[in-house]
Design a protein around this ligand. Structure first.
Ligand code: GRF
Length: 215
């Protein structure tokens, strides 16, 4: 069975969605370890309760970004994962680290990239007045929140939304598309080829999301 290592910094709800999919038998994967750069990350406890090996590496104990990333990669590589999954890992990764995991490092971002890279995506979407917002799973490249897109989910933005309601609507979709992306990868249907996503999954026209709805 393919192995993954999940990196978190906080709540870990995307990690939980992956654990739940594994437990439901819909994600055939071994979660070899969960690693956090913050000891107080709630997700560490959740992972431990699910009997997953956890590690904490304090980024503040390192002189610089590169030194931390070298230690982090050492920790990850002892598990020899097929895929490294960033799930709310709030660290910018150095180019050396990203290159080391080229094609086997993915991230989830709470916006429809390339719109709204960086932080406070929901607030910024509300400020811009966009009618459609969402989330993106992508391969990680050295440019922050800018890698080749694997899957996206779009949700409507309502006039009544505040940051919390919009974040919650997007998060529900994150919990669906992240397990899907990991499933494609571990089933050998997804790869990165010369900077382009190769996906051997059924693709249909689907339905358009028009927001506000027409009537
Ligand atoms: C998610 O919104 C994810 O898209 C972003 O950070 C948040 C992490 O949430 N990268 P959680 O820790 O998975 O609950």
């Amino acid at each position: 069975m393919k192995k993954i290592v999940i990196l978190i910094s906080g709540r870990g709800s995307n990690m939980e969605a992956l654990i739940a999919a594994r437990d439901a038998g819909t994600l055939p994967v071994e979660i070899a370890a969960v690693i956090s750069n913050r000891p107080e990350a709630e997700g560490l406890e959740t992972a431990a309760r699910a009997s997953i090996t956890t590690h904490f590496i304090n980024h503040k104990a390192f002189a610089g970004r590169e030194a931390f990333d070298v230690r982090l990669a050492e920790c990850i590589d002892q598990f020899a994962p097929d895929l490294v999954v960033l799930a709310g890992f709030m660290r910018i990764l150095s180019e050396g680290f990203v290159r080391h995991y080229e094609g086997r490092l993915i991230n989830i971002h709470p916006s429809l990239l390339p719109s709204f890279p960086g932080l406070h995506t929901h607030q910024r979407a509300l400020e811009e007045g966009v009618r459609i917002h969402g989330c993106t799973v992508h391969f990680v490249t050295p440019t922050l929140d800018h890698g080749p897109v694997i899957i996206q989910a779009a949700v409507p933005v309502l006039d009544s939304d505040d940051e919390a309601s919009l974040a919650a609507r997007v998060l529900r979709q994150e919990h669906l598309i992240y397990p899907q992306a990991v499933r494609w990868f571990v089933e050998g249907k997804l790869s990165l080829d010369n900077g382009r996503v190769r996906l051997a999954a059924e693709q249909t026209d689907g339905a358009a999301l028009i927001a506000p709805a027409m009537y």
